[in-house]
Design a protein around this ligand. Structure first.
Ligand code: KGT
Length: 322
């Protein structure tokens, strides 16, 4: 790795430094020693994808099939796709009409990909066909699939995006999406327990605290952040959620122009529990890979036991609904 050391970043990993790597990946390690390997206990490589979905499902399928293959070839055991990986429609009627069930043709094809590459898949923001009684809307569903191609968990987005910034963004997700009604217990995977969320959920620390209390090691936010809000808030929110919950944060992202009306911010990334950005995608379609190190996560929690320092006597608990 000769071409890699560009510059040291501010983020500290205890007494070590994070190094920006030419490929866009920042490796953290003591005294510049790389820690990108995989294999030994508690360490697993994962891949996070960035793409520009449009309304053609087949085109999008080709793009993420290749990203999954690239990540698997590099040794990733889980690959994370962004919200709307299946498609991003040109308007509400198209978005709703293209939705499928969890057992439809698209999920069947994706299941074959998981098996072929022997990887788990986080399929964030799948447009799941709505119920009989609400067939004009879809669910925005995060699907976790194992390496045998079986769906092991699904989470329907609970916080729906509604912004109106004159001249910049106007989106009201409830016009085409039914809100989910529950938090899903973190899913045991080869990299640790994964807490499922989607995009705008990132702005709600209560959800993340709940997932962390339920044992999450990794929080996931597959996203299609708008250009405007992404520039202002994306990285700071992701790093804040990682730091305050002492979890890895994995955020696959849509990027660039989907159609004449819509453009996403990109910057798909993986953040470690100290808040260091350990991988970040290039511009455009890309996948980057980093290590999830659970021993490191436990060290961070041991050294600064914020969960033990909480003052529930002052501000109460976040109660988990059972
Ligand atoms: O509708 C689809 O087809 C897929 N869903 C999305 O793209 C959603 C709803 S519009 N996007 C967001 O939540 C962006 C949040 C955001 O940008 C922020 O929180 O700042």
């Amino acid at each position: 790795m000769t071409s890699i050391l560009l510059r040291a970043l501010f983020c500290k990993r205890t007494s070590s430094i994070c190094w920006q790597v030419f490929s866009g990946v920042r490796y953290c390690g003591t005294g510049g020693k790389m820690s990108a390997g995989c294999g030994s206990s508690g360490r697993t490589l994962i891949g996070v994808c960035q793409m520009t979905s449009r309304s053609d499902k087949e085109d999008n399928f080709q793009v993420y099939s290749e990203l999954i293959e690239r990540a698997a070839t590099r040794g990733a055991k889980i690959v994370f796709l962004p919200e709307g990986f299946d498609y991003l429609g040109r308007g509400i009627p198209q978005t709703v009409s293209m939705a499928e069930t969890l057992h439809g043709e698209l999920m069947t094809r994706i299941s074959a990909l998981a098996k072929k590459h022997d990887v788990w898949l986080s399929l964030g923001g799948f447009h799941e066909k709505g119920s009989e009684s609400d067939s004009n809307r879809v669910y925005n569903t995060h699907v976790m699939m194992n390496s045998q191609g079986a769906i092991v968990a699904t989470y329907r987005k609970t916080h729906l995006f509604h912004v109106d910034i004159p001249g910049q963004v106007r989106l009201k997700e409830t016009d085409w999406t039914i809100p989910g009604g529950e938090i899903v217990a973190p899913v045991p995977t080869p990299a640790g327990k994964v807490g499922l969320a989607i995009c705008y959920d990132l702005r709600f620390p209560e959800l993340c605290i709940s997932l962390a209390q339920m044992g999450a090691d990794i929080l996931t936010f597959p996203s299609a952040f708008t250009q405007t809000t992404g520039m202002a808030h994306w990285e700071v929110l992701l790093r804040a959620r990682a730091i305050e919950n002492q979890c890895y944060v994995v955020a696959a992202a849509q990027t660039g122009a989907h159609n004449e009306k819509r453009r996403s911010y990109g910057h798909a990334m993986i953040v470690d529990p100290w808040g260091c950005v350990v991988a970040c995608c290039h511009e455009g379609t890309d996948v980057c890979v980093a290590e999830v190190d659970l021993d490191y996560l436990h060290k961070v929690r041991r050294e600064m036991p914020v969960w033990e320092h909480r003052r529930h006597d002052i501000y109460g608990h976040i109660e988990l609904k059972t």
